[in-house]
Design a protein. Sequence first.
Length: 125
Amino acid sequence: MSTSLERISQVAVHVRDIGRASAFYREKLGLKHLFDAPPRMAFFECGGVRLMLTHPEGGEFDHRSSILYFHVADIEAAHRSLEAKGVKFRTAPHRVAVVGEHEFWLAFFEDTEGNVMALSAERRA
């Protein structure tokens, strides 16, 4: 039996208001809602990874989440679409690196709880 880590199955994002955050991920980002475990959790499908919105279990877990990077094919179109839905962006799409024949692009935004997320795209240079 292998003990290597192969993939992420679930990511927890800490939120203060489950209803408000759940509506954002469902309505603004368009993620597929899987189920709720009231009153503390809501679950979404995100490309084979389950996203769990949850209240922090205790003080040591009460902090904003790591940055989630959502891969998109067309970062400008995704940026325009989400911005039109009221998503608050910190940055416009911008190139962050060129590696060989590829460019890496990001656009950072916030959810309703102040967690930072990003759109990411890769293009041929």
